[in-house]
Design a protein around this ligand. Structure first.
Ligand SMILES: Nc1ncnc2c1ncn2[C@@H]1O[C@H](COP(=O)(O)OP(=O)(O)OP(=O)(O)O)[C@@H](O)[C@H]1O
Length: 265
């Protein structure tokens, strides 16, 4: 999808977002519009505000100024679990898996937003709960197949390599059946082959599961390879937005980021 295919209601819209931490302005005047089915890249040097942006969108650190909209509904200031329940899933820059638990159980945790709580219900309507559990398990198995994790499904998550751990994180996000997926450096620490696999899974998540993606990534080859559009942050401000092949030629972007020590290929 390209910019000219804009839909009436974007999946995600940020209007004039500002986030401060004490005296530090981590984001200011950030406007962002992500259309349905886009893979949107967010790049910038270390400390430019990328993770702050994901934390603002997912409700962990709401903006103090501006607003955030999901499918036309304002979500500014909602707690993270409510935003998750509206269809936003994320993976974290530093792995957030539960060591000591299997790959399967880690992925199963991603279903919690679809599980109905209540001991009473479980006790009185055990048969209904069982049906529900079967449905959750079916979804989890579907995603394990989709992410090609069958061979490690029963392994402890601590015992598998980093490339597979990142895949488990993506699987856990996908079992939540999100409409919008925020990926914070999903390829960090990966070798070339693992990066290519991950890029393929992200494309398939969009193409086969209809997920719209915000992708934070330092590797510019990944951004230019799979993103429809991108935005560049520098010191909390937007310095470029558009189609990757054009944005990477912008002099300001080259100065702030691509020509700097942070660019990785
Ligand atoms: N919880 C916080 N408390 C205080 N300062 C914070 C907090 N989170 C982020 N910051 C500051 O906000 C600025 C932006 O940080 P952020 O982590 O969003 O950058 P980033 O672009 O994601 O960097 P990196 O590529 O290193 O992950 C930095 O100066 C950082 O120190």
């Amino acid at each position: 999808m390209h910019a000219e295919q804009q839909t009436a209601t974007p999946v995600l819209e940020c209007r004039d977002v500002e986030r401060r931490f004490g005296g530090l302005v981590a984001l200011t005047g950030v406007n962002l519009r992500i259309e349905r089915g886009e893979i949107f890249g967010l790049v910038g040097p270390n400390g430019s505000g990328k993770t702050t942006m994901t934390n603002a969108i997912t409700g962990f650190f709401p903006p103090q100024v501006g607003s955030i909209w999901l499918n036309g509904r304002e979500i500014t200031g909602m707690p993270p679990h409510k935003i998750a329940a509206l269809g936003v899933a994320r993976t974290f820059q530093n792995l957030a898996l539960f060591n000591g638990m299997s790959v399967l159980d880690n992925i199963m945790l991603g279903r919690h937003i679809h599980m109905k709580p209540g001991v009473v219900k479980t006790a009185l309507y055990w048969w209904l709960s069982r049906n529900e559990e079967v449905a959750h398990r079916r979804k989890v198995e579907e995603i394990i197949d989709f992410m090609q994790l069958q061979s490690v499904r029963d392994e402890l998550v601590d015992s598998i390599p980093i490339g597979l751990k990142k895949r488990v994180e993506l699987a856990r996000a996908l079992v939540a059946e999100p409409i919008f997926l925020v990926l914070d450096e999903p390829m960090a620490g990966m070798n070339q082959e693992e990066k290519e696999y991950m890029a393929r899974f992200i494309l398939d998540a969009r193409d086969e599961r209809g997920v719209t993606v915000l992708l934070i990534e330092h590797h510019m080859d990944v951004i230019t390879g799979i993103c429809d559009r991108m935005m560049v942050l520098s010191y909390g401000e937007t310095i470029g937005t558009g189609i990757p092949s054009e944005v990477i030629k912008d002099e300001r972007v080259i100065q702030a980021y691509l020509g700097g020590a942070h660019a990785k290929h």
